[in-house]
Design a protein around this ligand. Sequence first.
Ligand SMILES: C[S@@+](CC[C@H](N)C(=O)[O-])C[C@H]1O[C@@H](n2cnc3c(N)ncnc32)[C@H](O)[C@@H]1O
Length: 208
Amino acid sequence: MSFISEALKNSYHTGSVWPSSKALAMAITRSFREKDGPRRILEVGPGSGPFTKVILDALRAGDEYHLVEINESFCRNLQNRLIDPYLSRSSDPANVELHQGAIEEVSLPSSFDFTVCGLPFNNFPPTVTRSIFRQLLELTRTDGDLAYFEYAAVRRMRGAVVGSDGRADIRRIDAHGKSMMKRFNGQREFVLANLPPAYVIRLCGLGS
Ligand SMILES: C[S@@+](CC[C@H](N)C(=O)[O-])C[C@H]1O[C@@H](n2cnc3c(N)ncnc32)[C@H](O)[C@@H]1O
């Protein structure tokens, strides 16, 4: 319920009315969960925490996990409902830091092995999308992995209800996504068990 009410109050930043499913969370966190050794992971836009839950369950001592969320109410909820219980039940917890603010503004360490991003890029102007991507690429190691998701057919559906300026923006965002896929060896995974169904997009080989 908290997600739905925040989504209705702030549709630009939230970009959906339902939190992601467990199936989407498992898909978007797969390479992180399968990696041995200490890992540094960044999650951007955790919202009510469907990916956070899966990441916290997979954390090991020595890992480092940063979360960046713009919405104050989501932050309070994440801290009280997920992060504090994780810290109190773990005998040797990983280092977990929640940053409240916009990813464009918070100060973070760099060199993350994994970046998991839940931002609604199709809601943002193309210049904002491009600049956030640049920043995420800078924060992620060149041998790291950047994963984000988008709803299936979202641009086609939005294209049907916006005017010509909106359609031009959608084409720019689409072209940007395709060029990132090509440049960074992108892989797409379809997740049917999500409302609506979605693609996880994983960019690897960020040094190329
Ligand atoms: C589509 S929701 C995804 C939430 C969650 N990851 C999920 O999949 O259910 C987008 C989230 O990104 C957050 N957000 C939007 N713009 C942001 C920004 N510039 N910096 C940090 N968080 C942002 C929103 O508040 C919201 O929680």
